[in-house]
Write a protein that binds this ligand. Structure first.
Ligand code: SF4
Ligand code: FES
Length: 394
């Protein structure tokens, strides 16, 4: 069954029309990817293979207009992300504008481009929360994964400044076969940094990360041990550190409810202004995404655009999802993963044990993890991307 095929029997057609015609309330939170430029070279980068160039990025004035529009239509939180959002020189101005229009702002950063003065200016502009990614708990592993010397020390420094400025802090630890052994120390590092929250996020294999799957895939034993460590720490640190745990898809029994369901709770704005159901959506070929530069309002794009409605609800589903009792719980899993692994975003996510592809991907994962191929293919942003300034001076 292809992604665009509508259900053939009458009842299913009716259901399809009903679910796609429903008006979906505007989400409370939106991810603003200010730029794809980034000083790190993480092999697990989930951004698309084709990145937006600096010259195509929305200008300061365009982003301000977007922020105002988001606030007007009822969005409450804006997550400034990238790439590396601090690569934009107008970040303080954008945070100030978010504050002025009443948005709660979160900065999702690798931290390596920040100094204390800049962080302090962001706090003064009303920044509400900081999330810093960590690649390990010490420089040897962490800097190797990030592909940048001294990155880990810089992150520790910025995390300390964050708390000194009284900003809430989330530590985001991206985990895989080559750093899972550090998890107990990463949990302690988050406690020592006085973080409020730790995200233990196993790598998801979209975009660039898929190229490095064999080097990153954990073993089943590692995942069982990770679950045990997370459970123990969550109980021990109750009231001190909240821990979120993202299980690796390939070893799961059922898929994650990706993005809370396609076009249900979330959208993303790309550096060039495309409104996307998720940050990896552009990896799905055959879908056209509307831009904030078009004549349509963001609310119209969310409710009416073809890309949002294609996989919204349950009407698009093939079997086994179509008649599955979990179809309104996980909404068939992740469209980007279904596309990456089956070539059709309209298929059941192979992370699901009921998918005919599940057995194969589980076996692939086990085989790749056992092969111990540890060499990374780094995401290389060379070619002047960091140095190339957008016309608007970002
Ligand atoms: Fe979810 Fe589809 Fe699997 Fe059912 S068959 S659990 S709806 S992915
Ligand atoms: Fe795109 Fe899951 S990452 S739907």
């Amino acid at each position: 069954k292809t992604a665009s095929a509508a259900p053939s029997d009458g009842l299913a057609v009716l259901e399809h029309k009903r679910s796609t015609a429903e008006t979906f309330g505007i989400p409370l939170a939106v991810l603003a990817e200010l730029t794809h430029r980034c000083p790190l070279q993480c092999p697990y980068c989930s951004n698309p293979i084709e990145l937006d160039r600096a010259s195509s990025e929305l200008t300061t004035e365009e982003w301000k207009k977007v922020l105002s529009e988001l606030a007007e239509i009822g969005v409450l939180q804006i997550h400034f992300s990238g790439g590396e959002p601090t690569a934009r020189k107008d970040l303080v101005e954008l945070v100030q504008h978010a504050t002025d229009v009443g948005l709660y702002s979160n900065l999702i950063t690798s931290a390596v481009l920040l100094n204390r003065e800049k962080l302090s200016a962001l706090a003064d502009a009303g920044l509400c929360h900081v999330q810093i990614s960590f690649q390990g708990n010490e420089p040897i592993v962490a800097d190797r994964v990030a592909g940048l010397k001294n990155a880990h020390e810089k992150k520790l420094e910025v995390a300390k400044w964050t708390r000194e400025l009284d900003l809430p802090l989330t530590v985001n630890a991206v985990m895989h076969r080559q750093n899972l052994h550090q998890l107990p120390d990463i949990i302690q590092m988050a406690v020592d940094l006085d973080a409020d929250r730790l995200e233990v996020a196993n790598v998801q294999y979209y975009g660039w990360a898929l190229k490095n799957r064999a080097a990153l895939m954990p073993t089943l034993e590692q995942i069982e041990e990770t679950s045990r460590i997370v459970d123990e720490a969550a109980t021990r640190l109750k009231g001190i550190l909240a821990i979120d745990y993202v299980v690796p898809d390939y070893y799961a029994l059922r898929p994650k409810k990706c993005m809370g369901g396609w076009g249900r709770q979330f959208f993303n704005i790309s550096p060039a202004g495309k409104v996307l159901p998720c940050h990896a959506a552009e990896s799905i070929t055959g879908l056209d995404f509307e831009s904030v530069r078009s004549n349509h309002s963001i609310a119209w794009i969310w409710q009416n655009s073809e890309a949002f409605n294609r996989y919204r609800g349950t009407g698009w589903m093939p079997e086994p999802c179509k008649s599955c009792e979990f179809r309104e719980i996980d909404f068939g899993g992740c469209r980007c993963q279904a596309f990456a692994l089956t070539g059709d975003a309209g298929n059941t996510d192979p992370a699901c044990t009921l998918s005919p592809m599940h057995e194969k991907i589980f076996k692939d994962a086990e085989r790749e993890a056992a092969a111990h191929q540890d060499r990374f293919l780094y995401r290389n942003f060379a070619g002047g991307t960091l140095e190339t300034e957008g016309e608007h001076g970002a």
